[in-house]
Design a protein around this ligand. Sequence first.
Ligand code: FAD
Length: 511
Amino acid sequence: MKGVWFRKCLRLHDNAALAHAAAAAEADGELVVPFFVLDPHFDRSRVGINRFQFLLESLKCLDTRLRSEHRSRLLVFRGAPEAVLQRLFEGDGRFKLGSLFWERDTEPYARERDARVEALAKQAGVHTAHFSGHTLLDIDSVVAAQGFKPPISMSGVQAMVAAAGPVKEPLPVPRLPPLPADGLEVPDISELYADAPTSRCFPGGERHALARLRAVCADAGYVCGFEKPKTASTGRPGKPWEPSTTGLSPYLKFGCLSPRTAWHEVARCQRGRAHSKPPQSLHGQLLFREMFYVLGACVPNFDKQDGNRMCKEIPWGENPEMLTAWAEGRTGYPFIDALMRQLRETGWMHHLGRHAVACFLTRGDLWQSWTVGRDHFDKMLLDADWAVNNGNWLWLAGVAPFSAPYFRIYDPCPGERSSLNAEQTGEFVRHFVPELKDMPARYIYKPWTAPAAVQKSAGCVIGRDYPAPIVDHKAAREANLARFKAALEGSKSGHMPEKFGAAERDPGPMQ
Ligand code: FAD
């Protein structure tokens, strides 16, 4: 039997592992066994309910397609992958794998897991074959190539992709033999989580991924005119929860959508038309993704401050109350709170929103380490992606060689001319922060400046119905700029300043 181990790459299109398994099975007259392993490592402590639901929906979609189009199905095993695979190598009475196919995964956890499974396969005499498909390029080959230099700019990543030749065309869906088997169904979320999912904007699965891509590419004007910094951080008019960008990230994260398919569909839209260019364009966004995958694969300790050559050493503070207020959307800054509540409720946030809340947590206002923000994102985002999340947090904390200058700090109360591109009617805030639903638009991002009578008639007295700002932005900004500068100067002279004490850390609440 040829096993196809789905991990990411939850799709039938452009799936090299599946295509090779199907071809080998046809040649040998064997069965193909498509399966997924629900690994207890990814439990409630690591994965928010909305992302788990997205995963289960994606598995369900895969199972449905396999059943309806191939008379096959997806088997879902539960347990540590090594234990499950060991049983399948030895034969569990129903299935005994002679070979195993999978898509390579460059995340550290996946690399270690796969090395252990590879060793077990070798012992059992099971043939394994793995393929690149989660990125435009084969990341391991790129990193191993002679003369490889880690790309830290768009021109660097463009040169790297160009040197690899044209992005491969996606593979078609292969023909699979039927697989008669009962049991081992995709579970329902209620078996695994006590509460209920709250995200409704992104139904999981390959069908939705391809439909979303089709909808995006049906509007060639949108694709050709796409300039990321000009898209709104606050959703679409009348639908503040709807992404103004493509909303493809959860599908790319789980591999419901092949990045090569997305790349070529965008290229088809652009052909023969004037269009935007990287870094702003849609190809530019996919290239940023590629850049972080390459850095994640070649920079030791990419997810840490210590021992990470892409990270400047900064003596961040530690204030659990501030971190919780930020994570729960209770900072008293309505724009920040609306974004953080959007993340909790929907599992998604616009890129500029991520800029705003990451800057606010780190060098901008709260002076907390980028790693604690990264961890919260890692749990709550539908699209949480090890390489991309770490790379962007390094960027936003101002500590990486590819970061914008550390002294460019976002104002958490965005006005009309802010590069955060936030709408000014208050619709976004009112949707996600209902305490402020009757606050007039002119005070929506600074409700503490509303006269007492206005607060009273809006049913939202600051400090009682909605928090006062957790810090005074202006004072926090000045203090943090000085700390950052001192840390950079200290590291140049070899003397790092001590961590700042609590009193010094908190510029104090704003009245
Ligand atoms: P679009 O603008 O439509 O872009 C299309 C695709 O390009 C995205 O789906 C994504 O796969 C890729 N892409 C876009 N922007 C970036 C970027 N800056 N870096 C790498 N790839 C990009 N994105 C994730 O997919 N997973 C994460 O865990 C993640 N964490 C982030 C953390 C922070 C602090 C910040 C600032 C950004 C993070 N991003 C992450 C990048 C970016 O915000 C999201 O990819 C994007 O907002 C997803 O929406 P979209 O699909 O509509 O993007």
